[in-house]
Design a protein around this ligand. Structure first.
Ligand code: SAH
Length: 313
């Protein structure tokens, strides 16, 4: 494990790539979100560029509709105006599926289990009106917070999947829109627990509405999924210990309460650091000892106090 001040040249370069306007992809949307909103991304600018353009470079079959595609139809769809109209007016679950297919093609989604849950929980129900939900980018959700990019959701779900088996317990700290809390709930099922903790009351209220519209609605109603207003740095003792803990905001150091609330055999995924951040994977062995490894470099909003966040840190 790297010590906190230990920054390799590679890491410094990748952080520079994420933060230097000169090296950013020529996409104003990515520029805005990857810089100003302190977004989360483990990718270099070059792979960001190919990811962000991917939906438009390679037309997935599903974009072309279910009818057999004849020559004339292909020509019609290849006209930019027709293509964009066709792409953006398809049903939302269809568009969500296309996003998921791209994450599969790029190797971010590796398993059927995680692919299925991301297909089932429609990201479109969790982003504010007016944002583009099916683009692989974080989006502002207000209160100086963002919904993480789909590739980060996929990465965290893949890292935690073995600790999200039916009947297990999951804690989502900094639950924001409730998207990952809903994914966890589907994976652990009605016998399990998925608990979201978020310190902005308005975001918790909105996340409850989001979940009510989603495929996880029944789990919320039955109580296996719950969303609470609280300071996530202290975890949520009522349902502890947890098999899986996800932290959606970057901590200066791993909060002791979260380590204590992790079950022996449990796994936590947490971004750690201030400017330079690592997505750390913390494993608690059956004997209670802890191992930590750095998965990738990331950029998340800070895990902080409500007042610091509302004053823009
Ligand atoms: N994973 C979520 C949100 C990510 S943004 C999603 O994808 O929708 C990080 C979230 O952490 C923000 O909503 C922010 O309000 C919240 N947060 C930051 N510090 C917190 C703290 N101390 N306790 C609880 N939530 C916190």
């Amino acid at each position: 494990m790297n010590s906190p001040g230990d920054i390799s040249p590679n890491k410094a370069m990748s952080a520079l790539r994420l933060c230097s306007p000169r090296l950013l992809p020529p996409n104003p949307h990515l520029h805005r979100h990857y810089l100003s909103s302190l977004s989360s991304s483990p990718f270099s600018s070059s792979s960001l560029r190919s990811r962000s353009l991917a939906p438009f470079k390679k037309l997935p079959r599903s974009c072309l509709g279910s009818q057999p595609v004849l020559g004339m139809e292909v020509l019609r769809l290849l006209k930019p105006n027709n293509f964009f109209r066709h792409f953006w007016t398809r049903g939302s679950l269809d568009k969500n599926k296309t996003l998921v297919e791209h994450l599969q093609q790029y190797g971010v989604l590796k398993t059927d289990k995680v692919t299925e849950v991301m297909e089932t929980i429609d990201r479109g129900l969790f982003v504010p009106h007016g944002s583009a939900p099916y683009v692989d980018s974080p989006m502002s959700i207000g209160y100086n917070a963002t919904i993480s990019a789909p590739h980060m959701h996929a990465t965290c779900l893949e890292l935690l999947k073995d600790n999200l088996q039916p009947g297990m317990r999951a804690l989502d700290v900094g639950s924001g829109t409730g998207y990952l809390t809903a994914c966890f709930a589907l994976m652990v099922g009605p016998q399990g627990r998925s608990v979201g903790i978020e310190h902005i009351p308005e975001l918790v209220a909105a996340s409850i509405e989001n979940v009510k519209r989603s495929a996880a609605a029944q789990l919320l109603k039955d109580g296996s999924l719950s969303l609470h207003v609280a300071d996530g740095r202290f975890g949520w003792r009522e349902e502890a210990p947890y098999d899986a803990i996800h932290v959606g905001a970057a901590a200066s150091e791993i909060p002791q309460a979260l380590l204590e609330q992790l079950k022996p055999g449990g796994r936590m995924v947490i971004p750690v650091g201030d400017f330079f951040q690592d997505l750390q994977v913390v494993a608690k062995k059956p004997d209670g000892s802890i191992t930590i490894h750095n998965e990738t470099s990331v950029r998340y909003v800070p895990l902080t106090s409500r007042s610091a966040q509302l004053q823009n840190y």
